[in-house]
Design a protein. Structure first.
Length: 85
């Protein structure tokens, strides 16, 4: 596990704790306990966690770099794996 993976894991754990304890009003908790899965506040809770997860992932350095793509088009079939030597 690389340091980048560990920083993502730590960020996700902290985001989850923040979403559960800091960003969730008591009204949402009471409503979810009372109405269970029918509560609209459950949807708000899910959206908060989805937003925090997306923020953790996209705020990592280098996350928006796409790997290089090499497109090849040839009328002659290529041998796979390519011959070496």
């Amino acid at each position: 596990m690389t340091s980048n993976d560990l920083s993502l894991l730590m960020g996700l754990v902290l985001a989850h704790l923040a979403g559960d304890f800091l960003l969730q009003p008591r009204l949402w908790v009471d409503e979810r306990v009372r109405r269970l899965h029918r509560s609209r506040h459950l949807l708000y809770h899910v959206l908060v966690h989805a937003g925090l997860t997306a923020w953790c992932y996209w705020s990592r350095p280098g996350c928006c770099r796409a790997p290089p793509v090499r497109w090849e088009c040839s009328l002659v079939p290529q041998r796979w794996p390519p011959a070496t030597g």
